[in-house]
Each structure stands twice: as C-alpha cells, then as structure tokens.
Design a protein around this ligand. Structure first.
Ligand code: ADP
Ligand code: MG
Length: 252
C-alpha cells in the first residue's frame, strides 16, 4: 500500500456524496458515512434505517439483539447531545420504547417539519476506543490523525498527526508517539491490540481524501480496536464536505 491509489466502489461512494449535496447538507450522517467506509472495505456494525417502530423492530430482529438505536437526521451532528443514542437494547419491546424516547428527545431541539429516521445497529463488543481522522489543510493538504479515544483525546489531546501520503513506517511512528501508546501493547496482563487492523483504515481515509477533493474532514470516533487477530470496527463516523460544493436550492 501507499503510492498507488486504489479505492473500491468509487461510483457508489460518489452517489452517496451527490445525494447528500442534493439534500443541501455538508455533513454526511453517520449511517451513510459508515456505508461509504463499508464500500471501501472497512468493518462496520450491521445497520439499517427505520421510519416506524415496526420497521425498527423487524430490522433489530434481522440484525440480531442486542442493538443500538441512534437518531439519523441531516440536522443533528452530535447524536448523544440530543439524547439520540440508546445502547444495549435486547428485546422488541425495548426497541419500541427506545424508538419513542429518541423521537421525543430529538424533537425538543428540532422543528416538527424536519424528518428523522432511526438507525438500528448491531451492538458490538466493547474494545479500546480509537479515533482516526482527516482534515484537509489549506497548505499541506490531507492530514491524518490517530489517537486514543475517550479522556485521552478529550482531556489530554493525545493525538498524532501526519501529512499524507502515509507509508506503513509513518503509521507505526504515529502508533508509538502518542503518550498512551503503552495501552496498545501488552499492558498489565491485557493483550496487545490489533494495530495492524488500523492501517487499512488509515489508508482508506487517505484515499477518500485524494479521490474526493470535496471531502474536507473525516472523523471516525470511536473505532473499537480488539486484541491481536480480532480486528477493528467503526462505531461512529462523520464525513464533512466543503461548503464550496454546497448547491443551495437543490432540495428534493
Ligand atoms: P455521538 O454522535 O454522540 O458521538 P456515537 O455514535 O459515537 O454518538 O455513540 C455514542 C457512544 O455509544 C459511542 O462512543 C460508543 O461508546 C457507543 N456505541 C455507539 N454505537 C455502538 C455500537 N454499534 N455498538 C456498541 N457501542 C456503540
Ligand atoms: Mg461519536
């Protein structure tokens, strides 16, 4: 990897980007951002979008319990802040109640004419929380970010940054230069994390930035990273488009 850009399913990804621009939004909601990464070949929890309680229940049954429900809306970026995320729902009844309470919560911040969906996702095993990201710097171009999630990023801002293109050695350096890097290795009896599973993801982020110049920012927060051999999965994703590509008035 590194050097030659090869990004799978570019037409499908283009379609999602065009759809979001057409909706008049510069932020690609989580479900669609994750769909883009799935097209790139990344691991995401099984997911679907529901419009009604019944749809949410039947999705949950086909995905398998426990599930997570999240608000899906072009107006809501920080879903937890709008009390739009519920984890650990283990029965059809819990999904029904969860659907209602998320809907009630988010419409406290949202006018009635705005449509929402509820995303139903497989609840995945907890892992070490990692953040990966990209920001397009005006001078240096795409800059890739790696860090530990939770307090490590919020309080300690313990992240590592590199200007693209990255090679594997750059990525290894990023892994080892954060202050919390010991947590990723064999640490107090907890086995080493599967860092090699993050590399393809970081290359995918880089490739998305190169192939789609209208992408200004990517945030994967969190990615759950498991012990060696068990990979990584994207739990939350957000792709931001530059407003230069925003086409006002083209609403469906
Ligand atoms: P926000 O928009 O508020 O950042 P997230 O999608 O990150 O919402 O969800 C909030 C938290 O819920 C995550 O940081 C994670 O700990 C947990 N979570 C979200 N989705 C899942 C999932 N599919 N499986 C397990 N835990 C999840
Ligand atoms: Mg998040």
């Amino acid at each position: 990897m590194g050097g030659i850009i090869y990004l799978k399913n570019q037409n499908e990804i283009r379609e999602i980007i065009n759809y979001v621009i057409k909706k008049g939004s510069t932020v690609i909601p989580e479900t669609l951002s994750k769909q883009i990464f799935e097209y790139c070949g990344a691991n995401i929890p099984k997911q679907g979008l529901a419009k009604t309680e019944e749809e949410a229940i039947s999705l949950a049954k086909s995905i398998g319990f426990p599930v997570v429900l999240k608000v899906h809306s072009f107006e809501i970026v920080h879903k937890s802040d709008a009390r739009g995320v519920l984890v650990g729902l283990s029965s059809p009844e819990a999904v029904k109640e969860g659907f209602r309470s998320i809907t009630e919560n988010v419409y406290k911040h949202l006018s009635e004419d705005k449509e929402i969906h509820i995303a139903v996702q497989k609840m995945v095993e907890p892992g070490t929380e990692i953040i990966l990201g990209m920001k397009r710097d005006e001078v240096f171009g795409p800059t890739i970010l790696f860090g530990l999630g939770g307090v490590w990023v919020e309080v300690l801002q313990d992240v590592s940054l590199r200007v693209a293109p990255l090679n594997e050695r750059d990525i290894d350096e990023m892994f080892s230069e954060i202050r919390g890097s010991a947590l990723l290795e064999n640490f107090r009896g907890s086995p080493a994390r599967d860092l090699s599973a993050l590399k393809p993801l970081m290359f995918q982020i880089e490739q998305l930035a190169v192939v789609f110049p209208e992408i200004s920012e990517i945030d994967l927060n969190p990615v759950f990273l498991y012990e060696e051999g068990n990979g990584a999965i994207i739990v939350d994703a957000r792709i931001v488009l530059s407003s230069e590509n925003w086409v006002p008035g083209v609403l469906e």
